[in-house]
Write a protein that binds this ligand. Structure first.
Ligand SMILES: Nc1ncnc2c1ncn2[C@@H]1O[C@H](COP(=O)(O)OP(=O)(O)OP(=O)(O)O)[C@@H](O)[C@H]1O
Ligand SMILES: [Mg+2]
Length: 220
């Protein structure tokens, strides 16, 4: 039996809006296997980003648990969560979120710099992995959208995460470039668990499995 990398049990999330608590995720149960590549689909407002932020421990659930390799991470201290994120999770976003004044190389180096362990080889490996060894000294403004997203993926890979979370990574890209990014994410499968949000059925079909969210519930 293969190890289950992410186990979600009875997960709930409410947001305080004015005087009310509004529940946006209701009792989510989900198993994502180690090394699996899953897409999460669902209408705007269905709770996709909320779910991803909880898996990445950027936010805390209102109820339920998230087990990573069998260990519940939901009741950890703030300090432990920072460690968990740093060691275990890589994030990729629709708008790349690169630092404009830094080169591709420097952007990728950033997580290592924060961790106090800037390693030249690791940075170059990550950039090689996304096929950008020839663009090390380019600033984001000197790169295409697809190249910028590849830099962002290299930045996520540089800490060797076990889980890669991508929130609409192809949302700002044309079809062809989106497919290239998908192939790249797909190539990471088996090395790490990849969870991606997309609105595009064709791209979702390139993953191992599609999870549909509807109004904060999993649609079977
Ligand atoms: N910080 C917040 N405070 C209050 N409500 C929030 C907050 N974040 C999200 N919501 C609400 O939670 C619901 C789910 O939002 P979420 O961002 O998870 O949706 P989504 O599926 O990612 O949508 P989209 O496809 O538009 O990105 C929405 O109704 C949203 O308004
Ligand atoms: Mg979203």
């Amino acid at each position: 039996m293969s190890e289950t990398s992410i186990q979600i049990r009875g997960l709930k999330k409410s947001y305080r809006i004015g005087a009310n608590d509004v529940e946006v995720l209701h009792d989510i149960d989900m198993d994502i296997k180690s090394g699996e590549f899953v897409s999460v689909m669902g209408q705007s407002g269905s709770g996709k980003t909320t779910l991803m932020n909880l898996i990445g421990m950027l936010d805390r659930p209102t109820g339920g648990s998230i087990l990573i390799d069998g260990v519940d991470v939901t009741n950890r201290s703030q300090k432990e969560l920072v460690e968990y994120r740093r060691k275990m999770v890589g994030f990729v976003f629709q708008q790349f979120h690169l630092i404009p004044s830094l080169t591709a190389y420097e952007n990728v180096a950033l997580p290592l710099v924060f961790a106090g362990e800037k390693e030249h080889d690791t940075i170059n490996e990550a950039l090689e992995r996304v096929d950008l060894s020839h663009r090390l000294d380019h600033k984001p403004s000197e790169l295409s959208g697809g190249e910028q997203q590849r830099v962002a993926i290299a930045r996520a890979l540089v800490m060797r995460p076990k889980i890669l979370l991508a929130d609409e990574p192809t949302g700002a890209l044309d079809k062809e470039t989106g497919e290239m990014i998908m192939s790249l994410l797909r190539s990471l499968r088996s090395e790490m668990t990849v969870v991606m949000i997309t609105h595009n059925h064709d791209l979702a079909a390139m993953s191992d499995r599609i999870i549909n969210l509807q109004d904060g519930k999993i649609k079977e």
